[in-house]
Ligand binder design. Structure first.
Ligand code: PAF
Length: 274
């Protein structure tokens, strides 16, 4: 594995890769969820590139940019063991320049749910993903379904800008107790973690309702709200189709149920694709 930190070094190493390339962009603090993306990229491509870059433009004023978990040594080891070919770890000045052109998330689907609570977050996220995809030029890029709105917007960007790379949605990885893996889980105390389980439990409840034949979104949301009352604050519960338009009734194979809630100072999200 080569570790590169500048664009020039990256380009030199990229030129040496032959055949299909799979790309996994990350912000580091790698866990089993990231590892599952890397493993899939390994299975489906001849070479794999991983990037680690805590992207400042997708953090809002007052968010956890400074305290976002950073574990460089462990991350390097995980990538090495996973058989990554190029690990790209740029500094901010390699990725951003003064007064540069900005991408903007779509006005509706980029400003609901996560985008409503974190206005501007998706502009910065799309900006960096566009840069990274142009730079790495992979055949396939891998993104987790846990960040479902991010995945939908990246997929739309790739289509709207006629990008040639395939955007590959990957399953959510959960801990033994059902908690969806997230780099932010390290902020949770034991007590918080118990409360955090109500996110996945609310989605299990929703799935049970659907399996029992309930299609009405309002009824499913009410049942979820009850389970989520164990959290410190529910931010949203939403039932949407896969294009992120609201649904009154579940449509099988084309619905996503999403939830965001606060546990103490930590904001968690989770979802299930039905
Ligand atoms: O999901 C993430 O870790 C980030 O949003 C991404 C896609 C690496 C862009 O910074």
């Amino acid at each position: 594995m080569v570790i590169v930190r500048t664009i020039d070094e990256f380009m030199q190493s990229r030129k040496k890769l032959n055949g299909s390339v799979g790309f996994v962009p990350t912000m580091g603090a790698l866990h089993k969820g990231h590892l599952s993306l890397i493993t899939r990229a390994k299975e489906e491509n001849e070479s794999v590139i991983v990037s680690i870059f805590v992207n400042p433009t997708q953090f809002l004023e007052g968010e956890d940019l400074d305290k976002y978990p950073r574990k460089e040594e462990a991350d390097i080891e995980i990538c090495r063991l996973a058989g990554v070919d190029i690990l790209f770890m740029p500094a901010i000045d390699q990725m951003y320049h003064k007064d540069e052109l900005m991408l903007a998330a779509p006005k509706v689907r980029g400003y609901i749910l996560e985008g409503e609570k974190r206005p501007g977050h998706f502009d910065g996220m799309l900006q960096i993903v566009m840069k990274l995809l142009n730079l790495t030029n992979p055949q396939k890029a891998y993104f987790g379904k846990k960040d479902a709105q991010q995945l939908m917007l990246i997929d739309q960007m790739a289509k709207d800008y006629f990008m040639s790379c395939d955007i590959m949605p990957c399953e959510i990885v959960r801990d033994h107790d059902g908690l969806a893996l997230s780099s932010r889980n390290v902020y949770l105390s034991n007590e918080d973690r118990q409360k955090a389980l109500s996110l996945s439990r609310s989605l299990q409840k929703a799935t049970q309702f659907v399996m029992a034949g309930e299609k009405n979104a309002a009824k499913i949301i009410d049942a979820m709200r009850e389970v989520l009352s164990a959290t410190d604050k529910i931010e949203y519960i939403a039932i949407l189709n896969r294009s992120f338009e609201p649904l009154e009734e579940i449509v099988l194979q084309n619905s996503i149920i999403l939830v965001a809630a606060w546990i103490g100072q930590t904001r968690l999200i989770d979802n299930v694709w039905i």
